[in-house]
Write a protein that binds this ligand. Structure first.
Ligand code: ZN
Ligand code: ZN
Length: 146
């Protein structure tokens, strides 16, 4: 599993949850990276949008704590789901019910993905309060005290 060859197909991306109870690895290639602004993704992430990468299920291997992973499928949906660490609640990779696709929440990766987001989907459903980060002041850490 060495990444030293630098071959794109040999690349492995590691990820896991905040508390460390779960860890996984993903075999390249990552297929798509996009933001989903649908109302379900707002609820499940508690944020403006999900930041999702897509792979085939065979590319995912749990290396620690798979029994700590709770999956959730919303009744009446085919392509929507989620998974999270039972201990810390971090979002984790989940498989869509109707296919072989696994969705990787990008923030759960420890390694930098070799893709950048390509598009926004469900833009029409975006949070009414959403503002592009590019249009907001940015501080390297906390803002200066006033
Ligand atoms: Zn955890
Ligand atoms: Zn969504």
């Amino acid at each position: 599993m060495s990444d030293a060859t630098n071959s794109a197909e040999d690349r492995v991306f590691h990820g896991g949850c905040l508390c460390g109870a779960t860890q996984y690895r993903v075999q390249a290639p990552l297929k798509l990276f996009q933001y989903c602004h649908c109302s379900r993704c707002q609820k499940i992430t508690g944020s403006a949008h999900a930041s999702n990468l897509y792979i085939h299920k065979e590319q995912l291997t749990w290396t620690k704590g798979e029994d700590e992973v709770q999956t959730f499928h919303l009744e009446g949906t085919k392509y929507y789901g989620s998974a999270f660490c039972k201990r810390c609640g971090s979002n984790l990779p989940w498989q869509v019910q109707t296919g072989n696709t696994v969705v990787i929440p990008a923030g759960s990766l420890d390694d930098a993905p070799d893709l950048t987001p390509a598009q926004n989907i469900y833009w029409a459903s975006k949070a009414c309060w959403y503002r592009s980060p590019d249009n907001l002041p940015a501080f390297d850490t906390l803002p200066p005290r006033k």
